[in-house]
Design a protein around this ligand. Structure first.
Ligand SMILES: CC(C)(COP(=O)(O)OP(=O)(O)OC[C@H]1O[C@@H](n2cnc3c(N)ncnc32)[C@H](O)[C@@H]1OP(=O)(O)O)[C@@H](O)C(=O)NCCC(=O)NCCS
Length: 143
């Protein structure tokens, strides 16, 4: 049963991981959440460290960390949610950030995901705002 399997997390640059993680972002953000395709790809991908979560041979999740300590594009394919894949991805990027000269991490959480980030130590701040038609709130984590 997949539910007891631990995901394997791979970290790398955009050229290294694009082929693995781009289909995840298309499925979750563009197809499921209806984010416009032209907003999904931006200039940050080339400067971010990317993480890919694999269950066996299949890539099921992704997230990215930019050099300023912003985490984003956190996505797990719908059938593989609620079994810790997202948490393992997030924790891997937090651990990676601790090896960098960063004092805190920041992210813009979709409001439904705020409890998920709170579970990993993030604190919400400021007002809810709209991005790509989805309500968000800034969250930070002191490293
Ligand atoms: C947000 C997201 C990445 C989380 O990924 P995930 O793999 O489901 O994350 P986890 O399994 O580690 O934790 C998610 C929740 O499942 C819960 N959970 C984990 N294992 C569980 C289990 N066996 N049974 C029930 N709940 C479980 C966790 O406690 C957590 O609950 P919470 O959200 O109430 O805090 C995923 O839901 C997603 O891709 N959503 C769509 C895209 C999106 O909104 N991304 C966030 C942008 S800010």
């Amino acid at each position: 049963v997949r539910g007891v399997e631990q995901p394997q997390i791979i970290i790398g640059t955009w050229p290294q991981l694009q082929a693995l993680v781009a289909p995840i972002r298309l499925a979750v953000f563009v197809e499921e959440q209806r984010v416009p395709l032209e907003l999904e790809w931006d200039e940050f991908d080339s400067i971010c460290i990317h993480a890919a979560a694999k269950l066996g041979a299949q890539t099921v999740g992704t997230a990215r960390l930019d050099p300023d300590g912003h985490i984003g594009r956190m996505a797990v394919l719908a059938p593989y949610r609620r079994r810790g894949v997202g948490g393992t991805l997030l924790q891997t990027l937090i651990d990676h950030a601790r090896t960098q000269a960063l004092e805190y991490l920041a992210l813009n959480a979709q409001t439904h995901a705020i409890p998920f980030y709170i579970r990993h130590g993030f604190v919400a701040e400021g007002a809810i705002f709209d991005d790509a038609g989805i309500p968000h709130r800034k969250m930070t984590l002191a490293l």
